[in-house]
Write a protein that binds this ligand. Structure first.
Ligand SMILES: [Mg+2]
Length: 238
């Protein structure tokens, strides 16, 4: 079956997210210490533990949030409470963190050329887990709409990867049946394990050379997006 469309994950696939989020978190923790006038041990690790718990609860539908802002405020409230610090500082921490994140929004270097080639040949869409406020801000800041005018944000459609409904929305957006589409993403759990059982071809973007987890095998694994155009052409027998 020929490839007729491509679905892209956003964070850590097109946009560098993890490193810039950690860098923003570090300076926010420094700001907290400056604000309190005292050292705060383990602020970063406490924040990350709280955040991961909340994110899992969100994806597994055990908690409901309306925006990334709300998630961040709740994360800082719980973090400050664990640290024995005033939870009233949560909003201020969120504003500081958001400004530091904004300064760091960037596409991976190979992305513009890859999207030039791929989207000239096939329709594409973004399918991302997250909320309107931050995801749309990021997409606009790095100009992704130029190549991928359709972005499906999980909170807007009420379905989060790896739920099949999320992929169904993306397939409709690019006008493809599952066997005609390719899912490109860095998350084995959300992108690969979500799309592969539905019959999409999958490209696992493994930028850090992680060992492949157990579960559905991706159709291909790449260290960055550079080989993508050639890979899609190869699948189409070119
Ligand atoms: Mg991702």
């Amino acid at each position: 079956m020929s490839v007729r469309g491509v679905v892209f994950d956003l964070d850590n696939t097109l946009i560098e997210t993890n490193e810039s989020a950690l860098a923003a978190l570090d300076v926010t923790c420094d700001h907290l210490e400056a604000r309190l006038g005292t050292a705060v041990a383990a602020a970063r690790d406490t924040f990350l533990c709280v955040y991961i718990d909340l994110e899992n609860a969100l994806i597994e539908r055990r908690r409901q949030f309306e925006s990334a802002y709300q998630v961040r405020v709740e994360t800082w409230r719980q973090t400050l409470a664990h640290l024995g610090q005033p939870a009233s500082l949560a909003e201020e921490m969120v504003e500081y963190y958001a400004a530091e994140r904004r300064r760091r929004f960037r596409l991976y270097p190979e992305v513009p050329a890859v999207l030039d080639a791929v989207t000239a040949a096939w329709p594409g869409a973004i399918l991302t887990n997250g909320f309107t406020d931050v995801q749309r801000e990021k997409i606009a800041a790095v100009g992704l709409g130029r190549w991928l005018p359709t972005a499906i944000i999980s909170a807007e459609v009420g379905a989060w990867k790896p739920q099949p409904e999320a992929f169904a929305v993306a397939l409709r957006a690019i006008g493809c049946r599952p066997e005609e589409a390719v899912m490109v993403g860095d998350s084995w759990k959300h992108d690969i394990a979500g799309a592969a059982p539905l019959g999409l071809r999958t490209v696992w973007v493994n930028r850090r050379g992680a060992p492949p987890p157990r579960g559905p095998e991706p159709s291909a694994a790449v260290a960055d997006l550079s080989p993508l155009d050639q890979l899609l052409r190869h699948w189409n027998g070119e």
